[in-house]
Ligand binder design. Sequence first.
Ligand SMILES: [Zn+2]
Ligand SMILES: [Zn+2]
Length: 291
Amino acid sequence: MVQIFPPERVNLHTHSWYCGHGVGELSEYVIAAEQQGLDVLGFSEHCPLPDHRWSSSRMEFDLLESYFEECRSLQRSVDSLQILIGLECDFYPEYATWYREFILEKQKVDFLCFGVHFLPNGFGKDVYLKHLPQEKRFLHKYTDLYTAGLSSGLFLFGVHPDLFASFYTSWDAEAIACSKEIIECAVTYNIPLEINGNGLRKSMIDTPAGRRHQYPLQEFWELAATYPVLVTTNSDAHQPNEVNQWQWESFAFANKCGVELCSCEVKNQKNSNLHEVALLPPQEERKVSNK
Ligand SMILES: [Zn+2]
Ligand SMILES: [Zn+2]
């Protein structure tokens, strides 16, 4: 069976207690998703790495199995919505094989998404983007990693591509050039970019051009609107009441920037719990179809 869901019925970016900085059981997110009118709920917990890198804000390695098991058991017991099993990955090329061979092929997840959250500060330490100084070298490193993630063939979509705006606060020629590189790469590989709802809920920051969200960055998405790039939006929920409650804000933001949002196609695979998931251009027919 193939079903197509409009963007307002879909959230593919959901955390929980598993990552250590979210709250709530997976089952509570399912209940909230039903109450908040979702048809598709994708879990996307922060993926642990075999070397435990960034472990302070990632799911513990030992929890990976129980995360998958709990997701699968919810899939079996809940009929009212499509539950998809995913992970949000930090893209670094050295982990591409791990993501491909261990996570995608062995664990059989429905989808992976990726972002770049940390960069090495040059002194042997990984620093969360927001805490980096506004320096071009970090912006360039971010852009290199993000475009490598887009071209890796591993991911259904890229999350918060404009997260660099949390430390690189000027919209100057450098920021424009790097944004173009990211957007053009997403067009080339046909990978959707995500307007992130969690950014809209976070505290604002002061920049040379005034007070604004850390991300999403309006200028980035206005630029994206001039390209044939696929755009999606997700809540990036870290507590159950966030699964869909604030999505109207993301939709208003997308509308203001002139971007249209993808719908979501879900195919149930025969003789397996797995789903094939695709994000479709907005002009595709937005209807629930049974084939
Ligand atoms: Zn993220
Ligand atoms: Zn996230």
